[in-house]
Every structure is written in C-alpha cells, then in structure tokens.
Write a protein that binds this ligand. Structure first.
Ligand code: AMP
Ligand code: MG
Length: 365
C-alpha cells in the first residue's frame, strides 16, 4: 500500500491535510498522527473493520484494547453509560492532557476496540495538531501507539515510517512529541481509582486530585498478579538486544560493570544520566547514551534512545534506574519492561538478578 506522508505546520490549521486525512479515516483506513505523548495509529473508532486494520498493521494481539481519542470534553458522553464523580473530577482537572480514563462502555463502541471488556479507555489529547485532526474526522479515533507491537513507541514521524511505511494510508508529521511516554491510564470504575499504566500525569498529581489512588500491583512485574490493562502483560519497549536495568545501590556500579563487559569483548550500550556517564571512559565498543539531569528530558528521549540501539546493535545494554518519584514511576515502568524485568540489585555486597535468572558472565567476579 502507498503511504502518504504529510507535514503539518504548528502555526496553521492544516485544513487541507486534515480534510484529506479525514477522508481516508471515513473510508476505513488507518492514519498515524502526533499527540503530546507518542504518535498514534488512528482509525474510525466506531468502525470495527477499520479498527481491525490497526491490529493488523501493528501485529497487536486482539485481547489488547485500544484508547478512543476525542477532541471535545463532551464527546466522551456517547461512549459511556455513565461517569462517576472520580471520572468527572479527573476530566475537569487533567483534560485535555496525557490522561486516559477507563469508564463503563456504551453499546455503540465496538467490541474490537474494548477487546470484549465491559469498559472503554478514552483520552482527550492536548496537542493542537491531534485535536484538529480528530475534529476533522468527526468521530472518536481509536489509536494505539504507532509502533510494531513490542517495539518502543515512536516519538517522531521518522520512527513511525520505520515501522509503518507501506502498512498504513498516511503519516501526519507533527515533529517530536513533547512528553515522550504514553498516557497515564486510570481505571475510574474500580472502588478506588487505579493506575493501570503510569505516565505524564503522575501518582502524586492524581492523589492530590482524588485522595486515595491505587497502583496496579502487577506493574512491579510480579507474575502472581494479572495486570488490569491487558497491554501491560506483553513484552514492550524492548530493543532487540538483552537489557539489564541496575536499580538502587547497583546503579553506582554502572561504570565498573561497563568496563567488565568491554573487557569481555562485548559491544556495550549504556543508558544513564550525565553524571554517571562522565565516569565511563571512551572505548571503541562503547555506545553511550546519556540524558540531561531532568526526568522530563529522559522521558522525552527514552524511546528514541531505545530505538537507536536497534540501529547501532550493541551485544548488551546496561541501563541506570532512577527514583520512582513523579515522572520516575512511568520511566521505571518502561525501563523495567524494556529490560524484560532483568533487574540487577546489590544485596549484602553481591549482585543479584531479579526473577531468579542467572547473572551474565561479565557480572560474575
Ligand atoms: P496503547 O494504545 O498501545 O498505548 O495502549 C493502551 C493501553 O490501555 C494498553 O495497555 C491497554 O491494555 C490499556 N487499555 C485500553 N482499554 C482498556 C480497558 N478497557 N481496560 C483496561 N485497560 C485498557
Ligand atoms: Mg503501545
């Protein structure tokens, strides 16, 4: 299939492009578009045949439901049988923005969108380019992230094209996404509102707005819990090479472990903050990706850096964990998934790998 590439202008209403894109959506085709979180792969959310094309383009498992994107607060009303006080409070406080609400589903929403669940996920993005596109379509836009399932989400149009060229009708290029991590997903139907996926709207912001908020215990990677968001059970964000995530005191050992991996002849990818990066000497087999010291910068660059390792192909990747406060909770969730929960900690002076796996050779003294 031919994939149209259309560049959006931030300073204009892009009417002509949006009219063409909306025509494709009405014909049941799939169009990728920018939002403030990551790029989405959009289709008419009320048309099951169009929605099926999203799953096909991504290779997404059918049991992983999609988020419906709207461009006006009130457009949630026909999609749900009712909003409780918590849902209303969150809409008032955080919409438009990087917050997805799980609400009771109305019959008009196809089962293909909700993967057969009695609930549906809805978001009102703040990105003006996304809003104009959705308004032009005149229907809720079902959209997951615009990557092949399992890969890191795309945060610029080139990364979308890398995964979707030839598989979708058009890609709208709106430049880099500001936040860089997917939206926070909150289930408002449970007795205590529950974070199913951490994101740009943080736990701290949600508790300030609502009082008690739970975090889905399955997010810690404990296999005894089934995630409330079906998508959270899948391997995700993973570069093609093994990733080891250092947490707690083990983070400080990153320069040493890098040196050992290099000494073992491995090509080593390293992902860490600027301060730690300064302690790692240059080496021709070292691929060092460091972020400036704000969590916002790391969130914005994380998926791009992870995807970059698929281009530079190290043998192993070592990543430094961060504190789980604020945006750190969402960043650590993505890093843990990218690492397939291969988490390295320091216990009583010895390195340990979580989930009873074996440490790689170069980490054993
Ligand atoms: P994506 O669109 O790829 O960013 O993923 C959307 C996330 O929201 C996935 O983790 C889904 O499993 C989750 N999700 C969507 N709808 C629901 C729902 N009705 N209940 C629980 N989780 C949902
Ligand atoms: Mg996704």
């Amino acid at each position: 299939m031919q994939t149209f590439y259309w560049k959006l202008q931030k300073s204009s209403d892009n009417q002509e492009i949006n009219t063409r894109a909306a025509r494709l959506i009405k014909q049941g085709e799939v169009v990728a578009f920018p939002t403030e979180t990551v790029y989405g792969l959009g289709a008419d959310g009320l048309n099951p045949t169009a929605v099926a094309k999203i799953f096909a383009a991504k290779g997404r498992p059918n049991d992983n439901p999609l988020i419906l994107h709207i461009a006006r607060q009130e457009d949630i009303l026909p999609l749900t049988t009712g909003l409780n006080a918590n849902a209303r409070k969150l809409m008032e406080k955080f919409w438009p923005g990087p917050l997805t609400l799980i609400v009771e589903k109305a019959a008009v929403v196809p089962d293909a969108v909700s993967a057969g669940l009695p609930t549906v996920a809805v978001r009102f993005p703040s990105n003006k380019l996304a809003q104009d596109f959705i308004k032009a379509c005149g229907c809720p836009i079902a959209a997951p992230s615009a990557n092949i399932s399992g890969r890191p989400s795309p945060t610029n149009a080139q990364d979308v094209l890398e995964d979707m060229q030839g598989k979708v009708a058009a890609v709208l290029d709106g430049g880099s996404c500001g936040i860089g991590l997917e939206s926070t997903v909150v289930d408002t139907t449970s007795p205590v509102p529950t974070i199913c996926r951490p994101g740009g709207v943080t736990y701290e912001m949600l508790t300030e707005a609502l009082g008690a908020v739970e975090i889905d215990p399955a997010l810690q990677g404990d296999k005894n819990f089934k995630p409330k968001a079906p998508g959270m059970k899948y391997r995700h964000y993973a570069p093609k090479e093994p990733v080891y995530l250092l947490e707690g005191e083990a983070v400080g050992l990153l320069p040493q472990l890098t040196a050992r991996a290099l000494a073992a002849g491995l090509k080593v990818g390293v992902l860490c903050g600027a301060e730690l990066a300064q302690k790692i000497p240059a080496h021709d087999k070292l691929l060092l990706s460091s972020w400036g010291d704000s969590l916002e910068r790391l969130a914005g660059d994380l998926f791009y850096l992870l995807r970059d390792f698929d281009r530079t192909r190290p043998d192993v990747i070592l990543a430094a964990g961060v504190s789980e406060e604020g945006l750190g909770l969402a960043i650590m969730n993505r890093l843990r998934k990218a690492a397939g929960y291969q988490i390295v900690t320091l216990e009583n002076g010895a390195l340990h790998l979580k989930n009873d796996k074996h440490l790689p050779e170069f980490m054993i003294q």
